[in-house]
Design a protein around this ligand. Structure first.
Ligand SMILES: Cc1cc2nc3c(=O)[nH]c(=O)nc-3n(C[C@H](O)[C@H](O)[C@H](O)COP(=O)(O)OP(=O)(O)OC[C@H]3O[C@@H](n4cnc5c(N)ncnc54)[C@H](O)[C@@H]3O)c2cc1C
Length: 412
């Protein structure tokens, strides 16, 4: 693997770091005060987005942009450290138009959208003017196996008619969400990997109803929305890509989503380690700073080791994606999904411990990082599904090798 970052990426890292420290971090308190009171982003977001764009820090996570589309066209490896910087605060990626679920949706539209679909949805997304959501998961079926999805998409004249229930749909309840990509069954008789399609459903289409935000971990903060589609009618021109290609497109989208979530989570882990370190030197117990206790030192040192292991695996995955596309990075994408989510969980758990009651309270980012890390082991595919994939992708042993080694030890 090539470890050196390009000059372009290094310059952008520098610029992003400065912008983050000067313009974003100082506004974190105001962001939380405003969003918890009004349920919407504060007015200063628009000015931050404009400034980020002016400085060339815009659409950084889209390697396949055309020359006439706004953005930097960085490779995945060039983007990885930038995503980690913005990942230090959950809302920071929005400032640079690098946030989920919009970026993976942009990738899907770029790859599979028609000229009209791109004009209507991709262009405003690239400008950061709208939000979109991706509706796959359903409360009534085990959605970690996407072939189970049962929302129906039925042809009726020149239209599709859609019926189903979705939940945990990130961004669907955002005030600027204008469109939902719905995954459903279009051909029940086709093979399980060829029966689904993706259809564009504009928000506000009659029959599409947001039922509720889904509360999570006993917190007010909602992760995502539950929604129903009852007799929702859209023209057949709203089909994304080809009929029956929904499963494959969904998997392609998840690849990008997973890698970006992992990149951003590296930044969250960095913040947690910093918070532990700060608390360890300032807080005294039993006559000394708690950082002088070996167990606290170990927790911080182990967190750093695990984070750097995860970071290198993420960089390797990004590099493989650049070199050979998603197929070349298939194993590593599953590896980082498990490794980063577990590392993030372990570090967040230690941070709660080192900060004591303050780590449990909502006064620091630790408690929300703790729940976010736990959720990460479920979304983008639960750990178990990736572990199973990895087991299956283990290279075949050269015939008889392992038996040879085992028996050889005892001279049998
Ligand atoms: C914060 C958050 C955001 C989300 N955002 C979105 C979104 O924007 N759009 C969207 O469509 N969905 C979204 N999801 C949903 C997410 O993709 C699903 O929760 C995930 O795919 C798992 O599906 P499930 O919840 O139905 O779990 P299930 O499929 O019911 O699985 C439950 C458990 O069964 C076990 N299991 C499943 N398969 C296997 C296996 N092969 N081997 C061993 N054990 C197994 C695992 O322990 C797994 O956790 C989000 C979820 C969360 C938590």
């Amino acid at each position: 693997m090539q470890f050196r970052f390009s000059d372009k990426s290094l310059a952008l890292q520098d610029s992003l770091e400065q912008f983050f420290r000067a313009e974003i971090l100082p506004r974190n308190r105001e962001w939380h005060a405003h969003t918890s009171k009004h349920g919407a982003a504060p007015p200063f977001l628009a000015a931050l987005k404009a400034e980020a764009r002016k400085r060339g820090l815009w659409n950084l996570g889209l390697p396949d942009l055309r020359d006439d589309q706004p953005g930097t066209r960085l490779t995945n490896l060039e983007f990885a450290p930038l995503a980690a910087i913005m990942g230090r605060l959950p809302w920071a990626p929005i400032v640079f138009n690098c946030n989920a679920p919009n970026v993976p949706n942009m990738e899907m539209l770029q790859k599979f959208g028609s000229v009209d679909q791109k004009r209507q949805w991709l262009d405003p997304l690239l400008e950061g003017r709208i939000w979109t959501a991706f509706g796959m998961t359903e409360p009534d079926v085990a959605s970690s196996d996407a072939r189970n999805i049962r929302t129906s998409i039925r042809k009726d004249g020149a239209d599709y008619v859609i019926d189903g229930r979705k939940w945990y749909i990130s961004g669907a309840n955002h005030p600027d969400c204008k469109m939902l990509l719905v995954v459903g069954v279009i051909d029940p008789d086709a093979s399980s990997a060829a029966k689904h399609s993706v259809v564009i459903v504009p928000m506000g289409t009659p029959g599409l109803e947001i039922v509720r935000p889904v509360p999570a971990f006993g917190r007010d903060r909602e992760f995502a929305a539950e929604l129903v589609l009852r007799n929702v009618r859209v023209p057949q021109s709203n089909l994304l890509g080809e009929e029956g290609a929904g499963f494959a497109m969904g998997q392609a989208r998840l690849g990008v989503a997973r890698v970006h979530h992992c990149m951003r989570s590296l930044g969250s882990c960095d913040v947690l380690i910093q918070l532990m370190r700060g608390r360890a030197s300032g807080r005294r117990a039993f006559g000394r700073p708690i950082g002088e206790f070996a167990n606290v030192q170990d927790m911080i040192a182990l967190s750093r080791i695990e984070l750097e292991q995860a970071r290198l695996l993420v960089y390797k995955t990004a590099w493989l994606l650049d070199e050979g596309g998603a197929a070349a990075a298939r194993r590593e994408i599953s590896m980082i999904k498990v490794a980063v989510a577990r590392t993030f969980s372990a570090i967040a758990d230690r941070a709660v411990q080192v900060l004591g009651a303050m780590g449990v309270s909502d006064d620091t980012p630790v408690s929300s990082a703790y729940t976010a890390a736990r959720a990460m082991r479920i979304y983008d595919g639960p750990d178990e599904v990736h572990l199973r994939t990895l087991y299956r992708l283990e290279p075949d042993e050269v015939a008889g090798d392992s038996a040879h080694y085992l028996l050889g030890e005892r001279g049998l």
